[in-house]
Write a protein that binds this ligand. Sequence first.
Ligand SMILES: [Zn+2]
Length: 172
Amino acid sequence: MVNYLLFFGLFIVCGAGSLLFHEVGHVLIAIANNVPLSEIQFGWYNIGLSVTVPSYFPRQSLSLYHYAGGLISGSILVLLFLARNIKPFRSNMTQEWSAYPAWWINELILFWAVFQYFNGYLEGARFIDYASDARIMNLAVIFSFPVSFIANACVTLIRNRISHPRSRPMHA
Ligand SMILES: [Zn+2]
């Protein structure tokens, strides 16, 4: 029971962290476009954070500005996921897929990564105000779970293959 609560806590912390990185991504692009920090409005939007840039923000950079939140946040989570899957960072490389808590921690990190990439796509390419639409948020969750699950399973299979290569018949 404690383990499930811990997992749920990690899930929420990771989600909140991804949200923070998302907004930092927008802010970085704003600063790169010479918007002073003092002119960026920070606030709350529904259950999430939001940043608003002043109206003089260059139009040609708006698309990048919209993409940046999801892409930067998703990429930070992917790096974290990879770090947990690369040899120098892990002592025990033998993991059966889905059998260990570590696998599910990888899964929750990847879930939020896919969620952020999907939101970045919606925000940048579709220009959808996703945070205000419950249906789109549900769609993002429904999309992110199987995609991250399959990706996590594939990484585990590849990793196990690398760390435990199948023995081949020896021809002498
Ligand atoms: Zn955003």
